[in-house]
Design a protein around this ligand. Structure first.
Ligand SMILES: Cc1ncc(COP(=O)(O)O)c(C=O)c1O
Length: 428
């Protein structure tokens, strides 16, 4: 390809062989791909760079879910206490590994529901608007679900969302908090932006938000399993994340929530309750009122779906085995390599990488803006003709995320060479 001398992909293969963190690709089900036109094909498998959207399936999952199905078949209702992993306290198995993943204390974390549901449950407790202070700050390119969620919360409290929700470019958040922070009830930002891949400065924004007297929440959808996090130390009030992206727990899989320790024993916080909010030691006394527990578990509402929790447990085990620090180090190597290749492809074509150049200001994802082209067909050709999975945000952004758990330098090379061919309108 253009000015990168790796015409055959051999250099990429050499980088893979020499990398200090061996890929765990063989432990995942990678979509098959056969038929390499244009010399950019692969070894019977896709180059799957869409883990920022939906991570790949760990092979271990079938057996794990099967074990729960078997226990259910064998034990029926008795599985609640007698399954190999008893169902009643099953969610407790996820607590410590989930806390380790996001840099929290175990009591601060719970796996439950879906992401937007958790955003709402957190806002029930932490969006307490008053006429003087009711603004919610989000990013100008916030994921639509977050935008819909905060708008509906403002309306629920009787405020006009058009006035109460302030959308800011990331660089404008700190100045706004300094100038108008006394109006802000809640700051809710994506730690890694879904569109641009930008990683925000959680420390600075959290500190500024709290100094202004606001509550600071984080949407970690694109950060969990992507970058190391230190939620507790950062001082964030709360956070929520999904586990179907970098965490590979499957489509629509269960989400996580974090509530900072300083709020855990605050009995004055409003919460929506259900029988899983109450103390498990007295749950089956069937009392009409909740007996509170001073952990994030008290934000639970319903009994957890075990078949959906098994994949999260598998995922967290894999992250625990490899370690977020080692994954991040490899992620920086992979993304840096992909960036160099993409820069070379974009140099004489109407496309450019819009993700920040400093590895400290991004995670795995690189977003490429292709001017004057509908990126839908570009992404489709990459997938159908070259086995390169990317995803698009129309009209003009293609997102590629080499995820360090299963992507290789060779995947990056395949993606860049295929993009070059497709942008040039070649190989059909
Ligand atoms: C930043 C962000 N927030 C919210 C969501 C919506 O998540 P869910 O459908 O699991 O509620 C997504 C989904 O991709 C997301 O990327």
């Amino acid at each position: 390809m253009t000015d990168v001398t790796d015409v055959t992909g051999q250099q990429a293969l050499d980088l893979d062989a020499a990398d200090p963190l061996p890929t765990r690709r063989a432990e995942f089900r990678v979509p098959p791909f056969s038929g390499p036109p244009g010399g950019a094909g692969g070894p019977g498998e896709a180059a799957y760079l869409a883990g920022n959207s939906l991570g790949l399936q760990p092979k271990a999952l079938r057996e794990r879910i099967g074990a729960e199905l078997d226990d259910w078949a064998r034990l029926g209702v008795e599985g609640h206490t007698r399954a190999r992993r008893a169902w009643l306290p099953y969610h407790e198995l996820l607590r410590e590994p989930a806390a380790a993943l996001v840099g929290a204390r175990p009591a601060e974390v719970v796996v439950m529901n879906s992401l937007t549901v958790n955003l709402h449950l957190m806002m029930v407790s932490f969006y307490r608007p008053t006429p003087r202070r009711h603004v919610i700050v989000i990013e100008d390119s916030a994921f639509p679900s977050d935008s819909y969620a905060v708008r509906s919360q403002a309306a629920f409290h009787g405020y006009d969302p058009a006035e109460a929700v302030v959308r800011l470019a990331p660089e404008d958040v700190l100045p706004y908090l300094r100038a108008s922070g006394d109006r802000v009830a809640l700051v809710l930002l994506g730690t890694v932006n879904y569109l641009t891949g930008e990683l925000l400065d959680m420390d600075a924004i959290t500190a500024a938000g709290r100094a202004a007297g606001a509550i600071v929440g984080w949407d970690l959808a694109h950060a969990a399993g992507n970058v190391p996090l230190r939620l507790h130390e950062t001082g964030a009030d709360w956070a929520a994340w999904c586990s179907y992206k970098y965490l590979n727990a499957g489509p629509g899989s269960l989400a996580g929530a974090f509530v900072h320790e300083r709020h855990l024993a605050d009995r004055s916080l409003p919460k929506f309750a259900g029988w899983w909010s109450t103390d498990p030691r007295t749950r089956f006394e069937m009392a009409p009122t909740v007996t509170p527990v001073d952990t994030a578990d008290s934000w639970q509402v319903s009994n957890p779906p075990i078949l959906a929790m098994a994949p999260v447990l598998v995922s967290l085990e894999m992250f625990g085995q490899t370690g977020m620090e080692a994954l991040r180090a490899k992620s920086i190597r992979l993304t840096g390599y992909l960036e160099a290749l993409l820069d070379s492809v974009c140099a004489d074509r109407p496309a450019r990488v819009i993700t920040p150049r400093d590895p400290a200001r991004r995670g795995a994802q690189l977003s490429v803006r292709v001017s004057g082209r509908d990126v839908g067909p570009v992404s489709e050709r990459l997938r159908e003709e070259f086995g390169v999975y990317t995803d698009t945000r129309r009209p003009d952004v293609i997102r590629m995320a080499p995820t360090p758990m299963y992507n290789t330098f060779h995947d990056c090379w395949r993606a860049a060479t295929a993009l070059e061919t497709v942008l040039d309108g070649g190989a059909r």
